[in-house]
Write a protein that binds this ligand. Structure first.
Ligand SMILES: Cc1cc2nc3c(=O)[nH]c(=O)nc-3n(C[C@H](O)[C@H](O)[C@H](O)COP(=O)(O)OP(=O)(O)OC[C@H]3O[C@@H](n4cnc5c(N)ncnc54)[C@H](O)[C@@H]3O)c2cc1C
Length: 575
């Protein structure tokens, strides 16, 4: 059932076997996984079904350097469905190597393996509406499908790994009906968790404080609580809950909020491929079940190990949009309408190049000189993107020259001084606001440089093309827009060493017996992959763990609905 939190009696104490805080991809996947298991689930979601300015303003905060990281109320959405209301839908699983301890990646190594997560990916793919869990081009498209680049046969640089695309599915809208009909799930909209209250000895969560923007306050007493509030907000909630744990919950060793990662991404260089344009697949292909997918260049795991490289991929991309020298009407058209595009998708059209009258005039000339392609693109965009239910994922241009730039998406390696902290300012509900200080390492850029050099050598060796880039400008090209927006990773990292991590392999906060985190906050490393598919899989794994743990000791279900003696929270399991 889904109800407005303002309908809950002021001062009431609800009771839940599992209280999930946050109704984004992580929280909704977890609620669906737990439903039907004989448990009482309460899902607290700050937002409602639509964007609401005052709710979104609760996300506002500070950044140390706006050139490096967008303000915290951008690139995330505080409403039912969370950021899936605006995500791009690119689904990619993590690679087995991402879970390993790699001597060349400081603080790498997950306490679980790729094999541990594998059983949960097919259902994660289904929830994301990205079709089968099949990310190898031969398997997903069939062996008869032509290769990405004919003649590029390399054991070192792969062209067969795929990314698949969700509709993109807005989890809030897509799963509203299932949640509405679920008798064991109570979704409260407009319900902001403002504090996690521990038992006096700090060993377990007792209650969660909830407030609405209209001023209503109530509590939820829990057997277990799960923070699924996104990679930034999870750290905020842990750090701000200080009545029993003075440094914040799970923060005995000053790890909460540290190791904050996004991805290192940008458009780099010029790749000129030999042969016919028909021998190159740079855009979207469609799997037999109708899912858009795309191939990319990636370095084999063996070669990453041999050369000590961080994980990274590169897609064949078009030239920089802002530079009218590309003489492409579609790209110039995008430049001209950039002010109509949302902050998140327009940011890459505002790269600091001075937009003088002369630049505008050259873009306008490009559009006028290219009427056929420009109108064909417009028609395609309206039919396949605006009106279609499964949307064409992004702008792809007809390729007439076999010249591309590379769109790099690389692992951002963890460092403890890349972090989020609390400021002295408070939001409308009295919660301290966040300050984001995102940092990267010279090694991140160097690893991408060596990856590009390897790719260049393989193009040359196979005689398929020439990749050129300016190594001196690489850092500028990769950091032109700062941290890749929307991927908020690592602020409550998973590990076995309690001094260097916040949660264990089951996503449970080390020091609190019944408090869990769902989402990319727990990822100890960032991979080349976008985070959402993996965080859904991890949420489903958490669902299985919680169901096993909580149904082993059933309790009588009663809806207190008002202040009452709640059943005792679950105590920590014996070590
Ligand atoms: C423009 C953009 C494009 C993206 N494209 C991709 C992509 O192509 N592929 C990909 O893998 N990822 C992509 N992402 C990232 C993706 O959207 C996120 O990884 C994913 O949505 C995170 O889900 P989540 O449930 O962990 O967190 P969120 O989506 O942040 O959900 C958290 C929820 O918690 C609620 N909440 C917060 N605080 C509280 C509180 N105190 N009390 C109660 N509720 C609270 C919020 O309202 C929200 O609904 C993109 C993101 C953006 C912004």
């Amino acid at each position: 059932m889904i109800v407005d939190a303002d309908t809950i009696e002021a001062g009431a104490c609800l009771w839940a076997d599992v209280c999930i805080v946050g109704g984004g991809a992580a929280g909704i996947s977890l609620a669906l996984a737990l439903s039907g298991q004989g448990l009482r689930i309460v899902l607290l979601e700050s937002g409602k079904q639509r964007e609401h300015a005052a709710t979104q303003a609760l996300y506002a905060g500070e950044v140390a350097d706006e050139r490096l990281h967008s303000p915290p109320d951008k690139y995330r959405q505080r409403r039912m469905g969370g950021s899936t209301a605006i995500w791009g839908g690119r689904c990619v699983p993590f690679d087995p190597i991402d879970f390993e301890t790699r001597s060349w990646v400081p603080d790498s190594g997950w306490p679980l393996s790729h094999a541990d997560l594998l059983p949960f990916y097919p259902e994660a793919n289904e929830l994301a509406e990205a079709g089968r869990f099949s990310y190898d081009a031969d398997e997903a498209l069939g062996r008869a499908a032509p290769p990405m680049i004919r003649g590029f046969d390399s054991a070192l640089v792969r062209t067969n790994s795929l990314e698949r695309f969700s509709c993109p599915t807005n989890f809030g809208r897509r799963y509203a009906r299932r949640l509405q009909l679920a008798g064991d799930v109570k979704v409260l909209l407009g319900a902001n968790c403002t504090a996690v209250r521990l038992l006096p000895d700090g060993s377990a969560v007792d209650e969660l404080d909830v407030r609405t923007l209209a001023g209503r306050r109530f509590r939820v007493a829990v057997r277990s609580a799960v923070l699924a509030t996104g990679g930034l907000e999870t750290a905020r909630l842990l750090l701000a809950s200080r009545d029993v744990a003075p440094a914040g919950i799970g923060n005995e060793h000053d790890v909460v909020g540290r190791y904050y990662m996004c991805h290192i991404a940008g458009n780099v260089g010029a790749l000129t491929l030999n042969g016919s344009v028909r021998d190159v697949r740079h855009g979207y292909e469609v799997t037999p079940e109708g899912i858009y997918c795309r191939r990319r260049l990636s370095v084999s795991e063996a070669e990453q190990r041999r050369r000590g490289l961080a994980n990274a991929v590169a897609r064949l991309h078009f030239p920089r949009i802002t530079d009218p020298a590309h003489r492409n009407g579609v790209l110039s058209g995008l430049f001209l309408v950039r002010r109509l595009i949302s902050y998140e998708y327009g940011k890459r059209l505002n790269d600091g190049t001075p937009a003088t009258a002369a630049i505008y005039a050259r873009h306008l000339l490009n559009v006028m000189a290219d009427p056929v392609d420009t109108s064909a693109f417009l028609a395609h965009w309206v039919v396949r993107r605006t009106l279609a239910q499964r949307k064409f994922p992004s702008v792809i241009l007809r390729n007439r020259t076999n010249r591309f730039s590379l769109e790099v998406h690389g692992e951002h390696t963890p460092r403890s001084d890349s972090r989020v902290t609390l400021t002295g300012c408070h939001d409308a509900l009295g919660m301290p606001r966040l300050r984001v200080d995102w940092r990267y390492s010279a090694g991140d850029i160097e690893s991408i440089r060596r990856t590009l050099d390897l790719m260049a050598r393989e193009f040359e060796r196979t005689g398929t093309g020439r990749l050129e880039y300016d190594a001196h400008r690489l850092e500028e090209d990769l950091l032109r827009f700062g941290a890749y927006g929307g991927h908020h990773i690592g602020t409550a990292r998973m590990g076995t060493d309690v001094r260097k991590s916040v949660v264990d392999r089951d996503c449970r906060v080390h020091s609190v017996g019944n408090l869990y985190v769902a989402g990319s906050a727990v990822f100890p490393t960032s991979s080349q992959a976008n985070p959402t598919l993996a965080l859904i899989a991890l949420s489903l794994r958490l669902g299985k763990h919680l169901a096993q743990r909580l149904t082993a000791r059933p309790v009588t279900l009663v809806d207190t609905g008002k202040p009452a003696a709640a059943p005792r929270p679950e105590l920590p399991l014996a070590a």
